[in-house]
Design a binder for this molecule. Sequence first.
Ligand code: NDP
Length: 433
Amino acid sequence: VRRNPGETEFFQAVDEIFATLDPVMERHPEYVEHGILRRMVEPERQIIFRVPWVDDKGVVKINRGFRVEFNSALGPYKGGIRFHPSVYLGIMKFLGFEQIFKNALTGMPIGGAKGGADFNPAGRSEGEIMRFCQSFMTELYRHIGEHTDVPAGDIGVGTREIGFMFGQYRRITNRFEAGVLTGKGVSWGGSLVRPEATGHGTVMFVNQMLKTKNTSLDGATVAVSGSGNVAINAIDYAQTLGATVLTASDSSGYVIDEHGIDIELLRQIKSVERGRISEYANRRDCAHFVADGSIWDVPVDVALPCATQNELTGDDAATLVKNGVKAVAEGANMPSTHSAITTFREAGVLFGPGKAANAGGVATSALEMQQNASRDTWSFDYTHSRLEETMEEIHDRCIATAEDFGYPGDYVTGANIAGFLKVADAMIAQGIV
Ligand code: NDP
């Protein structure tokens, strides 16, 4: 705590993982001897930099940029870039720390990292976004590379922003190095399915969980929070599999649509017009907008938090349980507070933690890296089936590990231990570095 003052979210992420590792330490005392836990919580490298840019009125603006290169024992650092006003070192470190274990869980050869800036893209013109991305990359480029560190998108960073950053990287280095970033457009080195991957993967994961109880999403009611990349694709795929998704949200409130979210309308408002969620209710008679209150008050069979950290509290979890929720899977990173997770586990609700349930995004980024390395382009169906296989493997890995360590059916323990073992073993094999 003294070394990382005020980094609340980072402490939360570390506590959440370490609280499940006692059975591992009992079975493997060598991890203690090698100081594995103390080494893991210290990032290999943290870069903090000034991002100067000029807005449309000619005013000079300064933001703070970050890249936390946390652990590269399994492969090049890999993790998204977030542009949001709430970004500070504690958020970068929580996300980077989670990413280590998530990436290990995918079975792909990738380390863990995260980056971003306290820049607020809301209301900024395309020109301002481009200038910001260019300035951000003007520093970041010296720290990344296809064998070193491969960033991707996250909150506030989609294909448009990746494009501006990739263009600047290419200009500075005079290299078309496709493997340096993932989430690229398909015509310039991107992978089909990458935009859909996190949302689809989360839905695949929850369906796997439901399958263990001989049920499925078909006919289920679902609440999804958020209306960004992850949420929209989760809504779309859940409805493809026969569910009715009743909600979507953004930071201004949420909408309820009794007939199921009209995905085309939602995409038009949020992705094309970049408008607010209330606009959805304005344009659809069977929907209404709620500015105050919790989206988790809506009674559903399945809840998929897909917006941001700590958006689902202990009280929300208690309401969901009271209303009969059967399964919860985290599309976002750490959306459930510690007390929410405890409530779900005690109530016997199927609970898929983010590092397993939303790993489809980074897994497909790793597939994008494979395509870049082989200068190949895979079809949508092939890539989608690889994503599906990966989500099944992650699911089964969580179940098998939880069982092996005496916690059958506990996805939190299974995901944490399976990810941890892989990273710890690689760190020990590579010596004290
Ligand atoms: P987007 O920027 O596309 O969308 C974020 C959504 O969450 C928006 O609807 C946004 O609303 C809402 N949101 C953000 N912050 C808040 C807040 N403080 N309160 C309420 N709503 C908020 O991001 P993504 O969809 O890419 O990411 C969503 C989550 O999924 C994040 O936790 C991210 O780390 C995680 N994730 C993303 C992956 C990816 O592939 N993109 C991979 C794995 C995890 P508003 O527009 O009002 O801000």
